[in-house]
Design a protein around this ligand. Structure first.
Ligand SMILES: [Zn+2]
Ligand SMILES: [Zn+2]
Length: 638
């Protein structure tokens, strides 16, 4: 008998040789139907795998990320067969999954064009409909090498495999591919797929090798999920911050400074609104703010370690016969400020923020609007504290970070903790204290997180914050990073209770990361329909005709007195045209004023995106708008 432990801890006994699929059937027909693969003692496996002895088994469905990946990878096989059916000369190279989908690299001299995608999809649909089982066949490495001797790509794949048993998967009689697996039990379970794009890719990313064709696809468990995904992609194209930024006059780029953003007046209004809010929150959380120079002597960067580890990304300049670097990070400047006086444990924790302008030389190929730039403003801070204070400081940073994200309407975030890598500095003891403090802080805040074992920086463990925008795209924004290296490099000390000098714990942290990039994310997240507190122009007054221009000016003066950002549209156009223009510029509020409003000291309010209008007194409008701004409400409803 095989003894099986299920994820809920219950134990099931089945005959040796029972397959995972049969086990799923025994647990419940619903689960058996949904199952696509299994985890046996932590390893992914096919449902057809026989079980024996003692095993911990988890049935995987497409609701699990791993199940989704198995499904998508199975689609890669199906797409490969479809391509081979259409172009029999195709040589298959490698077909892994990527976020939201998969690709297959193929060696085929005839170019695959977007106009071919439909043909490929038709073949895929046929294969899926045929409901053919995925069947695993194993052989020794030597047998596999002999079988594929004529195929240099697959031979290379075998040589790279770490197992002595090499497996092949077929689905149907005419298609077999070398693969480690697992796969869904049959092609009918491969979901709903679409071929997305094709691009050139060198074999092993090596430009001296042949250029292959990389065909990308996406796959989802249901047609609806596929449609939703395609809709999100469309929406993302429509919201592209580079287009909206130009259309709404927020920022630009010029070849005079590739990767250096020019922020226009309207963009600066958004920028400054974020800075004001950011300062207010940091003030409340006990931060002080400094500013350090952007050009500093090269020697400083030798001392900080950036010269050895980061030189390729730095800009340099020379004057007065000395070499200087333009700062890629704010930390060394922060250390110099710390060193200007003595410190005692009594003043710890010391939280020092800096909106620091940094320059990092990114390759020109990776530049992408505000998302990837060479000059940006980091919302940096350094916390100096004792080892005992790490945990409470981390909790403080987490609370501050969540408060800031929520103000922008980001509610969906996840955290990742990266721990001690093999190559590291600092004693095991300090690593353990620090890592435990990070874990304990996360536990006390009841935050679920992913651990990336061994993925910390060589100088300390870190926590990264990721958010999801309204299109479900994930962005890494914030980071908390402990540093056991820099205080020693700069000889930073504080006087402890026992009157001895000790190096402080240094915590680097950023919440938004880069202001430029964050504003790019906001533009796409909101589709440039900014909440009232961020909108460059919050209200526009639209007089119906010249006769009410004077009243419009009076209303404008009242609004400006209440610190609302507003203007009047005195053009000669009809009121409908004025309204249409304000809508297209994504104005939150339009106040239409005619003789009736002038007489009753009121305004006729239209809300962005809405059809209705409502007449209210000026005072009432001011009080509602004031509340929406103060509460940072996303909803403009009146
Ligand atoms: Zn495979
Ligand atoms: Zn730093």
């Amino acid at each position: 008998m095989a003894k099986i432990t299920l994820p809920d801890g219950s134990i099931l006994e089945v005959a040796d040789g029972t397959t995972v699929a049969q086990l799923a059937e025994q647990i419940g027909p619903g689960l058996a139907k949904a199952a696509v693969a299994a985890k046996i003692n932590g390893h992914l496996a096919d449902l057809s795998t026989p079980i024996s002895g003692e095993a911990a088994i988890q049935i995987i469905t497409v609701k699990d990320n791993e199940g989704l990946e198995v499904m998508r990878h199975s689609c890669a096989h199906i797409m490969a067969e479809a391509i081979c059916r259409i172009w029999p000369a195709t040589k298959l190279v490698y077909g892994p999954t990527v976020e939201d989908g998969f690709y297959y690299d193929v060696d085929l001299d005839e170019p695959i064009r977007p106009s071919d995608f439909e043909r490929i999809e038709q073949q895929m649909t046929e294969i899926v409909k045929a409901d053919r089982p995925f069947v695993r066949r194993e052989m020794t490495r030597a047998e596999a090498l002999k079988k594929l001797a004529a195929d240099k790509y697959k031979t290379d794949n075998i040589n790279r495999a770490d197992s002595e048993v090499i497996s092949f998967y077929s689905h149907g009689d005419h298609f077999e591919d070398l693969c480690r697996g697992p796969h869904v039990p049959s092609t009918a379970k491969a979901g709903f797929a679409k071929v997305m794009s094709v691009a050139g890719a060198y074999w092993h990313g090596d430009p001296t090798q042949k250029m292959l064709q990389r065909v990308y696809g996406t796959a989802w468990p249901t047609q609806k999920q596929l449609d939703d995904y395609l809709h999100r992609l469309d929406e993302a194209r429509r919201r592209d911050h580079r287009l909206l930024g130009k259309q709404l006059d927020l920022f630009s780029f010029d070849e005079a400074g590739p990767g250096f953003a020019f922020i226009h007046a309207k963009g600066m209004i958004i920028w400054n609104a974020i800075v004001d809010f950011w300062r207010g929150v940091h003030n409340r959380y006990g931060y002080e703010e400094i500013r350090t120079p952007i050009i500093l002597n090269e020697q400083l960067w030798h001392r900080s370690g950036h010269w050895d580890n980061y030189k390729e990304n730095m800009y340099f300049t020379r004057f007065d016969d000395a070499s200087y670097a333009i700062k890629p990070m704010n930390c060394p400047g922060g250390c110099l400020v710390y060193k200007t006086r003595q410190h005692s444990y009594r003043e710890f924790p010391m939280r020092v923020a800096e909106l620091g302008l940094v320059h990092r030389h990114e390759a020109s190929g990776v530049m992408h609007g505000l998302f990837r730039v060479r000059q940006f403003t980091q919302d940096d801070a350094h916390i100096f504290c004792t080892p005992e204070q790490i945990e409470s400081e981390i909790i403080g940073v987490i609370e501050l970070t969540f408060e800031i994200y929520k103000a922008f309407g980001f509610e969906d975030f996840h955290l990742e903790l990266s721990t001690k890598p093999e190559k590291h500095i600092g004693s095991d003891e300090i690593w353990e204290t620090a890592t435990n403090a990070l874990k304990e802080a996360l536990r006390r805040k009841a935050i679920e997180y992913k651990i990336n074992e061994g993925d910390g920086a060589f100088y300390g463990p870190k926590i990264d914050f990721h958010i999801r925008d309204c299109l479900k795209r994930s962005w890494q924004l914030g980071t908390i990073q402990l540093d056991f290296s820099m205080p020693a490099r700069f000889g930073l000390v504080y006087t402890d209770k026992d009157n001895t000098e000790k190096p402080p714990v240094m915590i680097h942290r950023a919440v938004l990361g880069s202001f430029e990039r964050f504003i790019g994310i906001l533009i796409e997240h909101y589709g440039a329909s900014f909440p009232l507190w961020l909108a460059p122009e919050q209200v526009r007054i639209l007089p119906i005709s010249e006769k009410t221009n004077d009243y419009a000016r009076q209303v404008e003066a009242r609004l400006k007195g209440a610190k609302l950002r507003c203007g009047c549209d005195f053009s000669n156009e009809k009121i409908a045209a004025k309204i249409a223009r304000a809508h297209s510029e994504r104005l939150p509020y339009m106040l239409v004023v005619g003789p009736k409003e002038a007489q009753s000291n009121s305004v006729n309010v239209r809300v962005r995106g809405g059809q209705e209008n409502k007449t209210v007194g000026i005072d009432e409008f001011l009080s509602i708008a004031g509340r929406i701004i103060a509460d940072k409400e996303i909803d403009l409803a009146f």
